[in-house]
Design a protein around this ligand. Structure first.
Ligand SMILES: Nc1ncnc2c1ncn2[C@@H]1O[C@H](COP(=O)(O)OP(=O)(O)OP(=O)(O)O)[C@@H](O)[C@H]1O
Length: 307
């Protein structure tokens, strides 16, 4: 088998007259953590559901763990873990009881050992008797992660797993994801958080159903062709509305007391800000957020229904 555990080409899904995933290609190598980013409604969940065999693509083909995406959906499901956005836990069962329940529902062997391993591996052992309903958001996510990996999947699909979770808990959750990946698990994780994108080995950016960028953070930023200037000085953060829309400026946004101005050509950017000489301007690296907003603005809206 090739080292690509996810290799899908031309994936397309339509709901009604609308194409919500449009000709998406995605390749992910074993043990890699791939961040899946894009605005709300851009097709991330739908893509994840096609990859794990829950939805049948209207077009496209591919292999997941070397298995044909269309013909071997049952086999794929058994080897993939999927943590949905609204995972269901039983609030009146303890952590351990929840995991035992999942193990039974999935007909797993070695149930007691698997639950003990999951509790230990994900740092839940000391809390195993706590009721799931009493856990904080971060611990609930960790329990959901434990449930998703109980059957020792080779691929883990996580759909916005840390939405609404505080930074410390998010960091710990990501440490766990890295540990799983170091153990050979391949992770595809959707997120809206830029700091989480930066913890991925590589990222994929989708907007309006189309894959717009793919690669490491450095590759995606370089591939955008964006240049940036950072302006610092009195009132710099109040200049955005005056600078945005000038020739050569794709966007201008305040960052704390500074301003970030981006566009495809550095000399045009310098010309656009030249009159504001009370501000010190220096070349900066565009942020991932700059790049995503730029890509999204350049993409075509697919919310129009084609009859
Ligand atoms: N079963 C369905 N029937 C009809 N439309 C659907 C269905 N599932 C998803 N959609 C629509 O498809 C589009 C893509 O949805 P999807 O959930 O894949 O996006 P997403 O990128 O995961 O969004 P978010 O970041 O908000 O979770 C949305 O407009 C959604 O309303």
């Amino acid at each position: 088998m090739s080292d690509l555990v996810i290799d899908v080409r031309g994936l397309t899904k339509r709901f009604g007259g609308r194409t919500v995933v449009d000709d998406v290609n995605l390749q992910v190598a074993r043990g890699s953590i791939c961040g899946f980013l894009g605005p709300n409604g851009s097709g991330k969940t739908t893509t994840l559901r096609m990859i794990c065999g829950l939805l049948i693509p209207d077009a496209g083909e591919g292999e997941v763990l070397g298995l044909d995406l269309r013909k071997r959906r049952g086999a794929i499901k058994g080897r993939v873990g999927y943590m949905t956005q609204k995972f269901g836990l039983f609030s009146d069962l303890t952590i351990a009881e929840n995991l035992e329940f999942f193990a039974r529902v999935h007909g797993l062997d070695r149930r007691r050992e698997r639950v003990a391993e999951a509790l230990e591996g994900l740092g839940l052992a000391t809390r195993s008797d706590q009721l799931a309903g009493k856990l904080s958001g971060g611990w609930k996510q960790r329990l959901a992660l434990a449930a998703a990996v109980l059957h020792e999947p080779e691929i883990l699909l996580l759909d916005e797993p840390t939405a609404g979770v505080d930074p410390q808990a998010r960091r710990e959750f990501w440490d766990q994801i890295h540990e799983l990946a170091q153990g050979g698990m391949t992770v595809l994780v959707s997120t809206h958080y830029m700091d989480e994108a930066e913890r991925c080995h590589e990222i994929a950016y989708i907007a309006y159903g189309r894959m717009l960028a793919r690669g490491t953070i450095g590759e995606v930023i370089a591939g955008s062709g964006l240049q940036a200037l950072l302006g610092e000085g009195p009132g710099a953060d109040r200049l955005a509305t005056r600078i945005e829309g000038r020739p050569g400026v794709a966007m201008a946004a305040p960052f704390g007391t500074a301003i970030h101005v981006c566009g495809p050509d550095l000399s045009a950017l310098r010309a656009a800000v030249a009159e504001f000489d009370g501000v010190t301007w220096r070349e900066a690296r565009p942020s991932l957020e700059d790049v995503f907003i730029h890509l999204m603005r350049g993409a075509e809206d697919n919310s129009v229904v084609v009859a």
